[in-house]
Write a protein that binds this ligand. Structure first.
Ligand code: C5P
Length: 222
């Protein structure tokens, strides 16, 4: 039988993963967070003290790096070579370096390969930057989620405060702008809306609203 796939792309902190998880849950599809894979590699490369400015060194780390997801009652856990790194991949240090690591063509090629293998034969909601353009170019539904920088920083700030992390909204804004800039201007599969992508501006929408819009679009397709 045919499998169904929904690709969700967009800039940093646009709410992709929150929405993607809910849509996957409602449809009982698997959810794959591709950003977590780039973050896991970045974490491992920092830990191994490799020179992050060397594509070859970073690629070598990836080739010795098994990245796995596991479902738990508290959500998805991320493992690198059997070590649980779910929280470690969200640190400021990883966030600061992940876009540089993700800009290497050899890294992207391997990641896209792994992502395509991972979802083979399964119904999936996948989020990232190049899902509709590179990973699943024939996805049944392609969403491009955007929101203003101010709103994205505000949401991330609230999340941090709620979780008890230190947080500075101006710093968040700068970080989001910097990552958007690197992700949109890199040579290898930059962040762009797929030709057949549906853009949703979530600046003034609640999570539930966004989920509903995507569910309605999914029903139209299915
Ligand atoms: O989604 P998240 O913000 O966690 O992704 C972290 C970084 O990983 C992004 O800023 C981007 O540089 C990179 N990424 C990517 N391609 C993807 C997913 C993430 O380049 N498909």
């Amino acid at each position: 039988p045919e499998t169904i796939s929904i690709a969700i792309d967009g800039p940093a902190a646009a709410g992709k993963s929150t929405v993607a998880k809910k849509v996957a849950h409602e449809l009982t599809y698997i959810y794959v967070d591709t950003g977590a894979m780039y973050r896991a590699l970045t974490f491992k490369a920092i830990k191994d003290k490799v020179d992050l400015s060397s594509e070859e060194e970073v690629h070598k780390v990836l080739m010795n790096c098994d990245i796995q997801f596991e479902q738990s009652k508290d959500g998805q856990l991320v493992y690198v070579n059997e070590e649980e790194v779910t929280k470690d991949i969200r640190t400021q240090e990883v966030t600061n370096h992940v876009s540089a690591v993700s800009s290497y063509p050899s890294v992207r090629k391997e990641m896209v390969n792994r992502q395509q293998k991972m979802i083979h034969g399964r119904n999936v909601v996948m989020d990232g930057r190049d899902i509709g353009t590179k990973v699943i170019p024939d996805a049944d539904l392609k969403i491009f989620m955007v929101a203003s920088v101010e709103e994205r920083a505000r949401r991330r700030h609230e999340e941090n405060v709620r979780s008890g992390y230190p947080s500075d909204i101006e710093e968040l804004k700068e970080d989001i702008k910097r990552r958007d800039d690197i992700d949109s201007n890199r040579q290898a599969s930059p962040l762009v809306k797929a030709k057949d992508g549906v853009e949703i501006d979530t600046t003034d929408m609640s999570i539930e609203d966004v989920v509903k819009v995507i569910m309605d679009l999914a029903k139209e397709k299915g």
